[in-house]
Ligand binder design. Structure first.
Ligand code: SOE
Length: 381
């Protein structure tokens, strides 16, 4: 099968730059697609970083100014893997240059910033997507399938947590490479934009829109040394956030996230309780979906743990044989596969910038509610 080359220009060489590069390299080996990603160019702040990354991952060329990359005629798609404060400017320029855009989450620091990005891609009519990768863990996609089939019936409760413990030390500085997530000017917020954004995206996808929220946040370590200035500076991000939500379908949501849950590295779990059935998922055991069906015979009724590896299960026919599981990195491969499939069929893969704007609005409402100690409605879109 002859595939048309699809030239990717990646901006950012951190953790996400690696996850996305791996996806572009792998996708053609496992999915039959009309387009073949070509790692055309990578952009980093310094030439040595860009060159080292290019050599490791197989990029053909390097840039140190993202504007030059965006202007290049040999680039079809711009992938934004940079810190959050740069997403808007890069995306607006890439849209104006007619490139497809794949952006790491969260779309931007605030809903006002991301609204400009939504307007830019819609004006330019360029394909776009946001990497909320957990939608494409097969067990999570299976949860969506079960809900859409009506197996849960009316949904009453949605419960999500995302717990980490990597910022407990007061000696950990803020700012700069790897630690910009602690710097509000760069990240926009703490756990709300970084971790709860994942939970919110999955929740909206599985259970529909969130209409109102009431939240509390806390910053446990009030001052940290800033890596870029060398000074002790105020910490303005939310270290922890918990909120209650009302969904448009009448169900109630509870969400909690923190980077201060000793013993938890990336414990993202959700549980959904419906009239007929419940489902539960845990990132630490990501290839399993737990399912309770009240319709089962009483004597065998109980939670079952579905090992999501059969060919009939989402994405799994592309991988190994039943019983052999896949992992975190595959969710990015699936996202790229769906995006390319969407380009070929004309049906955009989700979440587009427009759809990700819903999550931005919920994040903004959560932070506003925490500051005001009031319930806050999300805007109708
Ligand atoms: C933060 O530690 C982080 O890397 C997030 O930025 C990712 O989005 C999440 O998937 C894992 O945790």
């Amino acid at each position: 099968m002859t595939r048309k080359p699809w030239n990717v220009g990646l901006i950012g060489c951190g953790f996400m730059g690696r996850a996305h590069s791996n996806a572009y390299r792998r996708v053609g080996n496992f999915f039959d697609l009309a387009l073949q990603p070509v790692l055309k160019a990578v952009c980093a702040r310094t030439r040595s970083d860009a060159e080292a990354f290019a050599e490791r991952w197989g990029f053909e060329s390097v840039e140190t100014d993202w504007r030059r990359l965006v202007e290049r005629k040999d680039i079809d798609a711009i992938d934004i893997c940079t810190p959050n404060d740069t997403h808007r400017e890069i995306a607006v320029a890439a849209a104006a240059a007619g490139k497809a855009i794949l952006c790491e989450k969260p779309l931007a620091r605030t809903a006002a910033e991301s609204a400009e990005m939504v307007a830019a891609v819609e004006r330019a009519k360029v394909p776009n997507i946001v990497f909320y990768n957990y939608r494409r863990v097969p067990a999570v996609t299976l949860a969506k399938q079960l809900i859409d089939e009506g197996r849960l019936g009316r949904i009453f409760h949605y419960r999500a947590v995302f717990l980490q413990d990597w910022t407990i030390s007061a000696q950990l500085p803020q700012g700069g490479a790897g630690l910009w997530r602690l710097d509000k000017a760069v990240a926009g917020s703490g756990v709300t934009g970084d971790l709860l954004a994942h939970c919110i995206d999955t929740a909206i996808w599985l259970n529909g829109g969130i209409e109102s929220v009431t939240a509390m946040t806390e910053t446990f370590i009030k001052e940290r040394q800033h890596n870029l200035t060398g000074r002790i500076e105020r910490v303005s991000i939310d270290d922890a956030c918990a909120f209650l939500a009302r969904f448009a379908n009448g169900s109630l949501g509870t969400f909690e996230s923190t980077r201060y849950a000793r013993g938890h590295k990336a414990l993202y779990t959700f549980e959904i309780n419906g009239e007929h059935a419940s489902i539960r998922w845990d990132l630490h055991d990501l290839h399993r979906l737990e399912y309770f069906d009240h319709g089962d015979d009483t004597v065998v009724r109980g939670w079952r743990s579905i090992h999501v590896t059969d060919r009939e299960m989402p994405y799994m026919k592309h991988w190994w044989v039943p019983g052999l599981q896949i992992g975190y990195e595959h969710s990015f491969v699936h996202q790229v596969a769906d995006f390319l499939e969407g380009l070929a069929t004309g049906t955009a893969a989700e979440p587009t910038f427009h759809q990700a704007q819903l999550t931005q609005h919920v994040c903004d409402a959560v932070l506003k509610s925490a500051a005001s100690r009031q319930w806050v409605d999300t805007p109708r879109m």
